[in-house]
Unconditional design. Structure first.
Length: 244
């Protein structure tokens, strides 16, 4: 059974770093499990973080601008072609770890037949993996345009200012109907130790559930800091709606 995680929030809040941390933690906890990263952010920052300068995206399949690695096999149905094309753009970034990028997504009211075929094919693709981590554009609404699939754990990534936490509350509200009920929390980035109580008080007033706070000195994304962030997330992992 596939376990799904979606990281949402304002651009620059640290979603991509935390996606990588969660992937690394899952790989450590569940050796041999398969992981799919889905880069659902228009900036393709997750792909960049793996050193992948991808030109081939799900949108490229729909628009007909994808550059296929091999010649297109003959005699396929449209559904078979879409499934084959998705396979063609998957990138292996580590053992049992793959990446696929979406870029633009199409509104649900689009009548183009390929839109439904892509969505159906993506469901089949997701269900092949043990864990799927979505690095999202802003909220779950944009992800839902790409794929209509249950999200087990939704994590809103926020900076520690009152304004950022207020925005996190709005993101939670717009995303709630797409998330598993009761399984949405906040990871707060760039936190100063003397601000922890204040942040928790603000979050409580906004009815936000804080999963973890990451101290400011750990936010440089250096290797040592990455490991410290991983320790913090590992300590909070039991609070997530994921296999333990």
């Amino acid at each position: 059974m596939t376990s799904t995680i979606a990281l949402i929030g304002k651009s620059g809040s640290g979603k991509t770093t935390l996606a990588r941390v969660l992937g690394d933690l899952i790989k450590t906890k569940f050796s041999g499990s398969s992981i799919l990263f889905v880069d659902n952010d228009l900036s393709l920052e997750l792909s960049d973080s793996f050193g992948v300068k991808t030109r081939n995206t799900i949108y490229g399949i729909k628009s007909g601008k994808h550059e296929y690695k091999t010649g297109i096999p003959e005699g396929m149905t449209k559904q078979e072609f879409i499934e084959w094309a998705l396979e063609d753009i998957i990138i292996s970034v580590d053992e049992n770890v793959d990446l696929i990028a979406s870029w633009f997504v199409t509104p649900k009211d689009c009548i183009c037949p390929s839109t439904k075929l892509i969505r159906d094919s993506l469901v089949k693709l997701v269900e092949r993996y043990d864990f799927v981590i979505f690095d999202c554009e802003y909220d779950l609404k944009y992800l839902n345009l790409l794929i209509d699939y249950p999200i087990d754990e939704t994590i809103i990534v926020s900076n520690c200012s009152k304004q950022s936490l207020s925005l996190a509350s709005k993101i939670a509200e717009s995303s709630r109907k797409y998330a598993t009920e009761g399984q949405m929390g906040v990871i707060v980035n760039k936190v100063e130790k003397n601000k922890l109580k204040e942040i928790n008080d603000i979050a409580k007033s906004l009815e936000l559930d804080i999963i973890a706070c990451i101290e400011k000195c750990f936010d440089d994304c250096k290797e040592t800091d990455f490991n410290k962030i991983k320790e913090i997330i590992e300590a909070s992992y039991s609070r997530m709606n994921l296999p333990q």
